[in-house]
Design a protein around this ligand. Structure first.
Ligand code: EPU
Length: 348
């Protein structure tokens, strides 16, 4: 079951990554105990990989044991859904929409697995996973026990959770329970969606029209928008979606920023903070569509970095670094990676 020297590039959507010293694909939760005992016996660090759609793995590879999470299973019971961590996230969304259950339709076509969705608290078009998540089933590496974490215990925030913090690093997510709704009101406030349904600024006057929009119509619209705006990985082009997080700055810093550049967009978070669009700042710094040998910035969306044949993690990192420096110099704003970057010292 445990293999040696497996190339990880084939398991990431950037198509980048060296070899795993040890590698095991986990298909049933019962296999976890055995594999973890092996890691403990040989003092190996454990690294969990889902679909590899939000990671940049080191060219040197990973020392330790890489577990590819492939536990499957989707069970619906009324409005409750249980999904294995290795299931494709979008399969769960498609099934929920076909059963007329609301809450995750705005999260359509997000690449990756259910486990990755929880780890990252995925969000798009005005929805976040944390809003429908009931609990998460985990395997505690330290104690060997199986535990259930409540939504609150997962410490969800913008693109993060307990699983990214030291308190959660011993947990392996193997399943998740979501609570969806049988009665829902279409969530189409996100500008791209409002526009798609031809409502523009008439949102408040069109509640009757909005209430008639079906879950399937929203799913179709989100898929259409995502396909038109975001590059998806193909055999020859790699990407991991948004490379940076949208930065959050204070209102006073925002006011200073727009006094020079009134076109900079910001969303007031209501707590003295404003969220900027990293994509807009990167575009304003002239990076959109730029190509450098085997890596580049997407022509469609400046927040997405792309890799071509033979690209290395170091090429992506060099480009990301240059973008960070130029946005910092131009706007005084720090961009933090959204993609999880692994180096020889662990997560960077
Ligand atoms: N924008 C530009 N230039 C660009 C890209 C965007 O000016 O090249 C502007 C747009 O005009 C828009 C604003 O930036 O006004 C926001 O753009 P968009 O709606 O595309 O969303 P985003 O903030 O760039 C976030 C998520 C995406 C998610 C979309 C849709 C993050 C880091 N990214 O992007 O998530 O799909 O919203 O909700 O929060 C991902 O995490 O991998 C991801 C793709």
């Amino acid at each position: 079951m445990i293999q040696k020297n497996i190339s990880l590039a084939q398991y990431t959507t950037f198509h980048i990554g060296g070899k795993a010293e040890f590698f095991a694909e986990i298909k049933r939760k019962e296999e976890l105990g055995e594999v973890i005992n092996f890691a403990k016996k040989h003092k190996l660090k454990i690294f969990i990989l889902g679909r590899g759609s939000n990671v940049l793995l080191p060219d040197k590879g990973i020392k330790g044991l890489v577990l590819k999470m492939s536990i499957k299973g989707i069970i619906f019971q009324d409005n409750i859904v249980y999904a294995g961590a290795g299931e494709k996230w979008d399969k769960v969304v498609a099934m929920a929409v076909s059963k007329n259950l609301g809450g995750i339709e705005n999260l359509s076509l997000i690449p990756g697995t259910v486990g990755g969705a929880v780890y990252q608290n995925i969000g798009a078009y005005g929805a976040e996973l944390k809003d429908v998540l009931e609990s998460v089933d985990v395997f505690d590496i330290k104690s060997g026990e199986i535990k259930k974490l409540s939504n609150k215990e997962c410490l969800f925030a913008y693109r993060t959770s307990i699983f990214q913090k030291s308190a959660g690093k011993n947990y392996i997510i193997f399943g998740v329970i979501l609570k969806l709704s049988t009665i829902f009101f279409p969530n189409i406030k996100y500008p791209d969606l409002t526009k798609n349904f031809n409502l523009y600024s008439h949102y408040d006057r069109a509640l009757d029209t909005i209430s008639k929009i079906t879950l399937n119509e929203i799913r179709k619209a989100v898929i259409k928008i995502r396909k038109s705006k975001l590059d998806y990985p193909t055999a020859s082009i790699g990407t991991a979606g948004s490379f940076f997080k949208n930065p959050v700055i204070t209102i006073s810093n925002f006011q200073f920023l727009i006094s020079n550049r009134p076109d900079i967009k910001g969303r007031d978070l209501g707590n003295g903070l404003v969220k900027l669009s990293a994509g807009q700042l990167i575009e304003m710094a002239w990076w959109k569509g730029k190509q450098f040998r085997n890596v580049g910035v997407s022509e469609k969306h400046a927040l997405v970095l792309v890799s071509y044949k033979k690209a290395k993690a170091k090429d992506i990192l060099r480009l990301a670094n240059k973008i960070q420096k130029s946005v910092k110099t131009k706007f005084g704003v720090t961009l933090e990676p959204e993609v999880k970057i692994y180096g020889k010292h662990g997560i960077m």
